[in-house]
Design a protein around this ligand. Sequence first.
Ligand SMILES: Cc1cc2nc3c(=O)[nH]c(=O)nc-3n(C[C@H](O)[C@H](O)[C@H](O)COP(=O)(O)OP(=O)(O)OC[C@H]3O[C@@H](n4cnc5c(N)ncnc54)[C@H](O)[C@@H]3O)c2cc1C
Length: 424
Amino acid sequence: AEPQHGERSFDKTTCTALIIGSGYTGLSAAITLAEAGLTDVVVVDAMRIGEGASSRNGGMIGNSAKFTLAQASKRYGEKRASEIMDDYGSSMSFMIQRAATLSDPIELNLSGAVVAAYTRKDLARLREMRGRLASENQKNMDILEQDKVHSVLKTDIYRGAMVIHGQGTIHPGKYVQALARRALELGVRILTGWRFLGARPDGQGHVARLQNVETRDSIEIHTDRILLGVNGYAGPETPWLRKRSIPVQSYMIATEEMPFDLLERLIPQNRAVFDTKRVLYYFRRSPDGKRILFGGRARFRNSAAEQGAEGLRGFMEHTFPETRGVALSHAWLGNVSFALDFCTHGGRMSDGIYYVSCCNGNGISGQTYLGHRIAEYMLGRPNTDRGIIGSRFPRLYFYNGKPWFLPIIGTGYRLLDKAARWLD
Ligand SMILES: Cc1cc2nc3c(=O)[nH]c(=O)nc-3n(C[C@H](O)[C@H](O)[C@H](O)COP(=O)(O)OP(=O)(O)OC[C@H]3O[C@@H](n4cnc5c(N)ncnc54)[C@H](O)[C@@H]3O)c2cc1C
């Protein structure tokens, strides 16, 4: 689904809420604000609608945090930690509810997800994690020993797997377009090709400066509230966020159309698959079931999609030797962003501007939910400063937004993955 432009020029100098970023975060926030009756909500994007990560991702929906409750309790205290886990736990059901309000189809497929264990230790950890859950949640997950992996995945590289029922996939580009359509139906205006350059205080609100990315013309907009939903695309105009978020390129490839029988053998039932490595592979079939979409962090230096594609092709052939010789039809990349503590954060900066940032690799359901949660906070609703919203967002020192350390960390992670397998 090719991203579309919104309005290209703006005839007003005021609005009640100005949302920067037209991805899942920004559009979901706009929908909640408009559904609450707020008029004059404006979403602005420097690119086309959803042209950041929200139209480029793998479309695999899930809701798990990258840390345990015990780890979170040490960092944020018990109360905040359990609220944060609730936020992660609530995100997917919220996203599915929101999707049900959209008039355009998003190709939601809930045939399940497979977490593929790279080592026996990883399989033991998955088993332990399942064991910690309440028994009704355990029913949604099956652990498969190595000799059963072929029932969900035709590869020999994993030591076992966990199948999570009820998770699955969407068409990411159609989803962001459907959110945009819903926002427009509610009276939200979406302005594209305009970059937010910063804001200054103005009474209880702000004056935001926007620049047209083509003509370089600038305009000023008076607004009561500003939300930054810029995630992995935070630029120098948002320095507070930049010091706290690490942008990472994620790459994807699509194969040419392949025989249905072969695909049904490799990834039966079109489930979403991701593995337990530090530098993980994730893959699925395309929404029409005819291709493999394969993703991962193929490179740790900023690179072109074609360079990433070479690495990914190697990973795909390693996973599925039967794909050797299959041509690639597409290769692309997009930015995600990571926080030092691997937790998504949202809240209000000291200048009064709101934000949601750091999806930490996956955010289809998370950013949809947090867009809604931050909008409730912006509306001043009670009990909205909890969990991820209002959590302490750690900053990185000796860092100005350019992640010079990624090649070192990425290489280290790859070595740790190799060592874990070697010692397994
Ligand atoms: C290749 C890839 C695969 C992925 N796979 C999955 C997956 O399978 N499952 C999953 O859950 N997640 C996945 N993700 C992550 C997911 O896509 C993101 O978490 C999610 O899209 C983030 O949404 P967002 O609205 O916060 O940010 P984005 O969609 O990135 O939107 C941010 C927007 O802000 C705009 N912007 C930034 N600065 C400015 C400015 N100054 N002025 C105006 N506009 C600005 C950008 O142009 C951009 O459009 C993947 C990401 C990538 C890149």
